[in-house]
Design a binder for this molecule. Sequence first.
Ligand code: DC
Length: 226
Amino acid sequence: MKPFISVAIDGPAGAGKSTIARRVAAELGYLYVDTGAIYRTVGYHMSLMGVGPKDSDGIRRCIDDVNIEIRYGDDGLQHMILNGADVTDKIRTPEMSIMASGVATQSCVRDYLLEMQRSLAETHNVVMDGRDIGTVVLPNARVKIYLTASAGVRAERRCRELLQRGETVEYADVYTDIVKRDEQDMNRAIAPLRCADDAEVVDSSAMSIDQVVAEIKAIIRKKAEA
Ligand code: DC
């Protein structure tokens, strides 16, 4: 049997990873795995338990009560199931972005989620996006992409996305959150966001979604044929 192919897409918040990864996966017939959604689901559980993003003891105490399943709907969307309940609609708020980035600094959370992510890649062709996919989760991924964009462009995109969802947001707040998350995701002790040595860097600041999808598919084709 041919081994499964993994495409790892890492990069900072708002670089367009999920939009791009979802489209690339759909066009190639691969499974799309949004690992940020898994960290968000853990963050959501902690907030339900009244545990803050920096409360290491509380997070360690509560992590064993977290049972996460990923289900794929007929719509092809990744649904997050937390202890039996679909929480997909609850995890996309700015508060859950901060919670996810906070819980993601904790080793007990990262260890817990590592196996889940690896076992998906062992049983499917995947396009997996996150922060540490090419460096830690799937260091042997066939294709590694580091997708980035300037902080200003990323904040603009995130603002548009939140406004479309009917949320009231200010650009300055979104920009501050993005910079704060970059700082936390890149400087944490365990599995910080960084570009893998063998990743191809794609800067999407001045590119359309179609252009980024085309460029990433070209990289995948090149690597798959190599
Ligand atoms: O991609 P996202 O914005 O949904 O991710 C939310 C947070 O989860 C992000 O700020 C850091 C964390 N995360 C991580 O540490 N490792 C991953 N592979 C994915 C996300």
